[in-house]
Design a binder for this molecule. Structure first.
Ligand code: FE2
Length: 423
């Protein structure tokens, strides 16, 4: 439930007229004089076109907002994005392009043949960029049908984003924009890597992705976009949101990609079905990627964003929204390592050597020990590069190596499952 506010619907009202010229705002308190740039915001600004109304919060025509800072003063202006969705809406005084939750009517200017094609290929899908302002012709330059709302800018000024292509089976593509490479920033875009979707006809829906110093993290979650349905959406007369399918029984997958090379790491990490939009944090720590995501148990939040519900609530006039949850996922970068985790402090100690595969570790208490980690850890390790094996002995407290017992090289030691120390 949200606190009852009789004016909650104001949040979803249209802006009647754009402010082309900046207006000075009234300052209470003070604004730092060192602020000399501009804050750009975007979002929906117009929910009605002529007699027609958009249905979903994600549908309204995109309005760009600009706050400019000059010597402690703040100026505000706004402008509707001149997208095809906007231009056609103005020209015909109707909703022409389909949005997330609203179906457009076929463009009256198209020939009968073009309208027929449009029914099978959803050409009337929107370019109304109210979610992001990353307006480049990626569809034509790189074959992308979508791009995430949250591009990531690296310390070196390179910007990355991720987009889906449906051509030749769906895949997620990490796109790299290098500043200064060409005069036209959209021409500097290149595909760094292409991750095939688990289902070629049902790629996952996503809103953001994670970036660390050395990796990208992409979560392939269990809300899917049915591409066949999307292709038929005009003929089926359904908006984009009806092409999304949530699978509560499926598993979500994390894909980890090397930033430098674009190589997809071979390790796949799985978790339960979930729906998330915003990556809160992603960074590397002690050989792990920490990935924090604002999650929901399912996609039902999207249905709560219909304007009718947002403005008026249910039959009784009340509104309730599923609560998001911040979930932390810790992804080990080396799966062939031994890890000691202190559960109360969540601190880790690890042992790792390249090409070395340790077995299940065994803890052996020191006689007359007084603390829980007073003793040693033993693990048998196979080194695939040197093609030899050894018994590794670690101090259980510090996780430092005490010694190793190497098996002679002419003796083959295969992988083992379990073991027990008998004193
Ligand atoms: Fe967002």
């Amino acid at each position: 439930m949200v606190p009852e506010d009789p004016n909650f619907g104001i949040l979803f009202k249209s802006v009647p007229k754009e402010l082309e010229a900046p207006i000075e705002t009234n300052i209470q308190g003070s604004v730092p004089k060192w602020l000399t740039g501009s804050l750009l915001r975007n979002g929906p600004g117009k929910f009605e076109v002529g007699e027609e109304k958009y249905k979903h919060w994600f549908d309204g025509l995109a309005l760009m907002h600009k706050f400019s800072f000059r010597e402690g003063k703040v100026f505000y202006q706004n402008r509707f994005l001149r997208s095809d969705a906007y231009k056609k809406a103005c020209k015909y005084n109707k909703i022409i392009l389909s949005e997330f939750g609203t179906l457009g009517v076929p463009d009256p200017c198209r020939t009968i043949f073009e309208r027929f094609v449009t029914r099978f290929i959803p050409l009337n899908i929107t370019d109304n960029n109210l979610i992001n302002f990353f307006r480049m012709n990626l569809l034509y330059t790189l074959g992308l049908a979508t791009a995430s709302a949250h591009a990531q800018k690296d310390r070196d000024g390179i910007t990355y984003n991720i987009g889906t292509t449906y051509i030749g089976g769906s895949s997620y593509n990490i796109i790299k924009f290098t500043p200064g490479k060409t005069d036209d920033p959209s021409k500097s875009a290149e595909t760094l890597c292409s991750i095939p979707a688990r289902s070629l006809t049902r790629p996952s829906y996503y809103h953001s992705f994670g970036m660390t110093d050395n990796y990208f993290v992409f979560l392939e979650q269990t809300l899917y976009c049915n591409v066949s349905k999307l292709a038929m959406s005009a003929i089926l007369k359904i908006p984009v949101c009806h092409c999304l399918e949530y699978e509560p029984e499926d598993e979500s997958f994390f894909h980890v990609i090397e930033k430098k090379t674009g190589k997809i790491t071979t390790i796949k990490y799985r978790t339960v079905a979930l729906f998330g939009m915003h990556v809160v944090n992603s960074y590397e720590e002690d050989g792990h990627i920490v990935f924090d995501l604002c999650c929901y148990d399912d996609d039902s939040i999207l249905n709560k964003f219909y304007l009718e519900y947002l403005r008026n609530g249910d039959k009784t006039g009340s509104r309730s929204f599923p609560r998001p949850e911040l979930r932390r996922f810790v992804l080990p970068l080396n799966v062939n390592e031994l890890v000691k985790v202190d559960l109360p402090t969540k601190k880790c100690k690890t042992w790792y050597e390249k090409f070395c595969y340790p077995s299940e570790p065994n803890f052996i208490e020191r006689p007359n020990s007084t603390e829980e980690d007073d003793g040693i850890i033993m693990s048998t390790v196979i080194n695939t590069a040197k093609q030899n094996s050894f018994l590794l002995i670690l101090d259980a407290k510090s996780f430092e190596e005490i010694g190793r017992a190497e098996i002679p090289e002419d003796v083959h030691y295969p992988m083992t499952f379990h073991g027990e120390y008998i004193g």
